[in-house]
Design a protein. Sequence first.
Length: 276
Amino acid sequence: MNQAFKHPIRSLRSARQQGFTLVELAVVLAVIGLIIGAVAIGKDVQRNAEYTKVKNKFIDQWEQAYNQYYQRTGVVLGDNQTAPQNMVNGERFLAAGTRSGRDMTGVAPPNAICRAAAGQGMARGFTAGTDPDLRTLMTRVGIRMPPGRAEGLEDRYVYLDSNGNPQEIQVCFQWNVPLADSAAANAVGEGSGNVMIITGLTPDLARSLDQMIDGKPDEREGRFRRQGVENNAGGAINAPGQEWNRSNRDLIGTNNNQGFDEDQVAIVTAVYKMNQ
């Protein structure tokens, strides 16, 4: 009889022991929170590492290739070696009957030098078959280019934006007219001299590159800036800088701040001033 009465008591105790205490639930929730936080931090770390890789393995390598071309030939890309103009694609400029070093205000600059086609969003044109091809110029003098996207596409680099969609960076080179004291000239906003044009940058990547290059993410000032932004802030002298005018919430081709997680992020074009 005693055994018969003990059996339902043991069953009741077992049923009670199948639940979780509040302490146990709190521990489980804390662990889940730590896991979610670690995943989010891991994504940020991975993205920052990718941005650093873009600069070190692609942008910096193209700057070095540009400098190596100057060291081996004595002129910048596409310039005339016997009558140098000290400007990218200066051969075309000389053929047009204009020489550098004079009053350049209002002078139409030569086209950019790219690989096969201009980058998306570039303000300057490139004519295949007429303007020098970037890859041809580099290989002609034996310069090893960055690996890029693939052989023949060394000027391109593919990465994932913050929504996980692929974006393609492309580099070209061009010469910009020196800025004059006028709204029309300053509207160019690209800085004078020889520059690298970098297209296909998400705003997040552009700001990161600007921070690494200039020490401040400012689209108006420094060696790294956004294409088309005015340098003098509408005529103001020593005006403060300006934030990059897009965000990772913008849908590509817009500035609407309404992007969804599955959308392709907006892109910007940057201008990187060369030393030569």
